[in-house]
Design a protein around this ligand. Structure first.
Ligand code: SF4
Length: 362
């Protein structure tokens, strides 16, 4: 079993908070598509043949023309694929495009909606409006998509408890099979961070963030969504198969600039530069990893999910005395819970999970 991720590094404009690798000039789009095809042929042996999920992300894959998209995925074997996702911006979704995606075998669309309040979308430089997002969901349903995922962001500049409730209520009304909700983060060298430093916007306070998180969990549970990972919610049976694979160690091949891969033992990554990627197709860098890196990574990914981490952890190469001591302390303090041979962070503590997980690193 394996997965393929394709990074399409093009966007029509740059959102104020974004630090993903993407460029707004599309002159190299055809070259990148051809290079991705070439890269797949050179590296397909890194993962088992039975690819069960494909995820086209970015960037904004929906900026690719139908011809480029078709060329890019043509060599990928789809016979075992259960979940085939494309990320889209709401204003790129047209009847024609949706039907085309469906015809290619794409069966899941993930859309960056972020908010259903226009002033909040404008504040962070999103191109689409709330109306565009609603319209796009309707188009996708009409085209036969029965697996839609929407992204929301909380902590946006100008967002209030009322406006967040409005976004959550609207999302629940649309009833996507899956949604992700992220806390806005201020990354270095983004326009958003410059706006903050210049005093043009203010950051949501800890109390506000806590309140929004509580509203999110309550609304999701009331509408029947399972909170199965810190930022991810799904209707029964609709968890993201692709993302779940990342958290459970399924090998995946990452194609395109800035894409990461894992063959079951080694992690590799492509350069975050179109020029460097085109000059070195098929020769990703290997990420040096120690035994502790691997252990910490397992702790990090497992404790971000509701499933949790198998406990006790054993290791032939690592001394886990301190780790086990910390786990016992956290269990006493209610920062961790234990059930069915696993430990997990209770949902009400997921907002501070970073510091809990950091304290467990070896
Ligand atoms: S559309 Fe997505 S990838 Fe592109 S700039 Fe906005 S957040 Fe970043």
């Amino acid at each position: 079993m394996s997965s393929i991720y394709i990074h399409v590094p093009f966007c029509r404009s740059k959102c104020a908070y974004c630090d993903f690798f993407s460029v707004i000039r599309h002159d190299d789009a055809e070259k990148v598509v051809k290079a991705i095809v070439q890269e797949y042929e050179l590296r397909r042996g890194e993962i088992p043949d039975d690819v069960h999920t494909v995820y086209i992300g970015g960037g904004t894959p929906s900026v690719l023309s139908p011809e480029m998209l078709c060329e890019m995925i043509a060599p990928i074997p789809l016979e075992h694929v259960k979940e085939f996702t494309i990320e889209a911006n709401p204003d790129d979704v047209t009847d024609e495009m949706a039907r085309y995606w469906k015809g290619l075998g794409i069966n899941r669309v993930s859309m960056g909606v972020q908010s259903f309040v226009d002033s909040e979308l404008r504040a962070v430089g999103r191109r689409h409006s709330a109306g565009d997002a609603r319209r796009a969901c309707g188009i996708l349903r009409d085209a036969g998509f029965d697996n839609i995922s929407l992204d929301l962001i909380y902590g946006l500049p100008g967002q209030t408890a009322e406006s967040w409730k409005y976004s959550l209520d609207t999302l629940v009304d649309i009833r996507p099979e899956h949604f992700s909700a992220y806390l806005l983060s201020y990354e270095p060298r983004t326009r958003l961070t410059s706006m903050l430093k210049a005093g043009k916007i203010t950051e949501a306070s800890d109390d506000e963030v806590e309140e929004r998180y509580h509203m999110l969990c309550t609304a999701a549970a009331a509408a029947g969504y399972e909170h199965y990972e810190i930022s991810n919610f799904a209707l029964p049976g609709r968890r993201s198969v692709h993302n779940s694979g990342y958290w459970t160690g399924v090998p995946y091949l990452g194609l395109g600039p800035a894409a990461h891969s894992f063959d079951g033992a080694l992690r590799r990554y492509n350069p975050s530069s179109i020029g460097e990627y085109l000059a070195s197709v098929g020769s990703p860098e290997v990420e040096p990893e120690t035994e502790s890196d691997r252990f910490n990574d397992r702790v990090l990914t497992a404790l971000r999910t509701g499933e949790g981490l198998v406990y006790p952890q054993q290791s032939d190469c690592l001394d886990l005395k301190d780790f086990n001591q910390e786990v016992r302390r956290m269990l006493r303090q209610g920062l961790l819970m234990e059930s069915n041979g696993k430990i997990h962070i209770p949902e009400e503590r997921w907002l501070v999970s970073d510091s809990i997980i950091r304290d467990l690193f070896v």
